[in-house]
Design a protein around this ligand. Structure first.
Ligand code: PEP
Length: 251
């Protein structure tokens, strides 16, 4: 039985004070949530205080990126070891904004996935097709390439620990959401690619989140689909009360 994982992605929003305030509210709101794992992805500058703020709760903290080396002369970068050291447990990787604006390749993302797993944190690997790719009938081809590229050379044991976030790029921050049926069909196809790579026993254990304009109004219909195991939530995670509504829909 897969547990739902609902993660917020705060992107480049919130200073440290705002992050602590929102997490304090969320901690209080979610104190009775038992059936959902809750994660917040926060900017690097907030991570240390974010971890301290959620201590004793069921909220975990994610970084939104990492450099795939343990240490070295990489000016301006942050290593998996540094994140682990302050109590971060998840890392969001390969978000479409990083693929688009920072030209991150599947190969580079694969190095990050491995580095995060090796140190004992959980990667949330984002994949998703652009509008022209969906309209051109290329969705599954694009997703298969991102999954295979992102997870190449992983052992079965490592692969089961990865969370995949399926985020159609045309649905991110646009207010447009995939219908629950469309999302479910795509999640099933993603699980088939995982079965091909690692076998059914592994594919059945992997958490596959949906992301793309998930909000309180559509969360329940999306999260009730068989292969949708949670959400990666941008805009609606910035306020504790709207994020809590999504968590409640999952709980
Ligand atoms: C995201 O950035 O991962 C995301 C899903 O954003 P939004 O919920 O705002 O569409």
């Amino acid at each position: 039985m897969r547990r739902l994982v609902i993660a917020g992605n705060w992107k480049m929003y919130k200073n440290n004070k705002e992050a602590v305030e929102t997490l304090t509210q969320l901690k209080d709101l979610t104190k009775d949530v038992k059936n959902v794992d809750i994660v917040i992805g926060a900017p690097f500058t907030c991570l240390s205080d974010a971890v301290k703020t959620v201590e004793g709760s069921n909220i975990k903290i994610a970084a939104e990126n990492v450099y795939p080396k343990i240490e070295g002369a990489y000016t301006g970068e942050i290593s998996p070891k540094m994140l682990k050291d302050i109590g971060v447990t998840y890392v969001i990787l390969g978000h479409s904004e990083r693929r688009e604006y920072f030209k991150e390749s599947d190969e580079f993302i694969n190095q990050k996935v491995k580095a995060v797993l090796e140190i004992g944190m959980k990667p949330i690997l984002c994949i998703g097709e652009k509008l022209e790719e969906r309209e051109g009938g290329k969705t599954l081809e694009v997703l298969a390439k991102q999954i295979k590229g992102g997870l190449i050379d992983l052992s079965k044991e490592a692969a089961e620990k990865v969370i995949i976030a399926y985020e159609p790029v045309w649905a991110i921050g646009t207010g447009k959401t995939a219908t629950p049926e469309m999302a479910e069909e795509t999640h099933k196809a993603i699980r088939n690619v995982l079965t091909e790579m690692f076998g059914k026993d592994v594919a059945d254990k992997v958490t596959i989140q949906y992301g793309g304009s998930m909000k309180p109004e559509n969360a329940k219909d999306l999260l009730s689909q068989e292969d949708i195991d949670g959400g990666l939530v941008g805009g609606a995670s910035l306020k504790a009360d709207s994020f809590f509504e999504i968590i409640k829909a999952g709980n």
